[in-house]
Design a protein around this ligand. Structure first.
Ligand SMILES: [Zn+2]
Length: 253
């Protein structure tokens, strides 16, 4: 059984405009302005817009394989199609080169876009500030946001609060041990807007947990948070995640 990402109804008011989109939108203030809701696909005629405050910090979280990267790339595409400029980021953890500044955001269904790589030492506020000084910038997207440090989440909050740009973060909530990632913990604590991208366990329940498994399909319960390829993970509901982990580790409390 498979299911695409689904979102509950948003709280924003919807409105319709009949004129072409203006290329440049007001920036720098805190008053709401008309811009596409970055979390909803636009209709083909691009006429449906949503009132969204300018500077929110968004966090869309899920277990593995919920299609977060595809949602991000679709939302970024919506911005660009409306004549707006976006800056994309993803984690440098899986980059082939330890010094590369650019990589790709890639979804399992084949969507792909170049993105800046953030690493432990990256100051995201400074990087976005420099990019904004170079020209138009309307939104910042961050994939693999679970790998952000606490400081980096706060840097992104300043992108919203001080630069007036929406920041849209996408990432896992917990690791394969069931513990919050650092970036996810801080985003859950301070983001203005939290959304869950849903995926389904084999039993049909919502999958909220990520299990790491070895080549023979056995649960892996030790090791670091980072460093295994995505195909070694499976998304499960909490009940089935616990059953698999306890089968491997019966004394687990
Ligand atoms: Zn289940």
């Amino acid at each position: 059984m498979s299911a695409g990402p689904s979102f509950g109804p948003g709280g924003s008011a919807r409105t319709t405009v009949s004129h072409p989109l203006e290329r440049h939108w007001p920036s720098g203030g805190f008053a709401p302005c008309i811009r596409p809701d970055p979390l909803r696909p636009l209709q083909p005629d691009q006429q449906v817009l949503t009132l969204v405050p300018m500077s929110k910090l968004y966090f869309t979280y899920s277990a593995m394989n919920a299609g977060k990267s595809a949602i991000l790339l679709q939302a970024a595409h919506n911005y660009r199609e409306s004549g707006m400029e976006v800056m994309l980021w993803t984690s440098g953890h899986h980059a082939k080169s330890a010094v590369a500044e650019m990589g790709d955001i890639e979804s399992r269904i084949g969507l792909k876009a170049p993105a800046h790589l953030f690493r432990a030492e990256t100051d995201l506020f400074e990087a976005v500030l420099r990019r904004k000084a170079d020209g138009q910038l309307d939104a910042v997207f961050v994939d693999e946001a679970q790998f952000l440090s606490r400081d980096q989440v706060w840097q992104l909050s300043r992108v919203g609060d001080e630069l007036g740009l929406p920041v849209l973060c996408y990432g896992l909530r917990t690791d394969f041990k069931g513990h919050l990632f650092e970036g996810a913990a801080e985003l859950l604590a301070i983001a203005d807007n939290l959304r869950e991208a849903r995926t389904i366990c084999h039993c049909g329940r919502k999958a909220t947990m990520t299990l790491r498994q070895d080549a023979s399909g056995e649960a892996v319960t030790e090791g670091t948070q980072i460093g295994v390829v995505k195909s070694d993970y499976v998304s499960l509901c909490r009940k089935h995640w616990r059953e698999r982990v306890e089968r491997h580790q019966p004394d687990r409390v």
